[in-house]
Design a protein around this ligand. Structure first.
Ligand code: SF4
Length: 61
């Protein structure tokens, strides 16, 4: 299973990914992180990746 992660150094905290995939992404302080990688597939993670302004969302495998 492909699992996304957020490269915290790149994340600007714009919350776009949280808006697009609230099942997968959660804000922690001013950074987003992947809180539920197993939920991937219930929303459009690829769209979040493509929409992230700094390309901080990547596939771990
Ligand atoms: S879309 Fe990208 S920059 Fe914006 S909160 Fe998500 S990971 Fe961070």
């Amino acid at each position: 299973m492909k699992v996304p992660y957020v490269e915290a150094d790149l994340c600007t905290g714009c919350e776009t990914c949280v808006s697009l995939c609230p099942e997968v992404f959660t804000m922690q302080g001013d950074k987003a992180f992947v809180s539920s990688p197993d939920k991937c597939g219930t929303c459009d993670v690829q769209e979040a990746m493509d929409t992230c302004p700094v390309e901080a969302i990547k596939w771990a495998s």
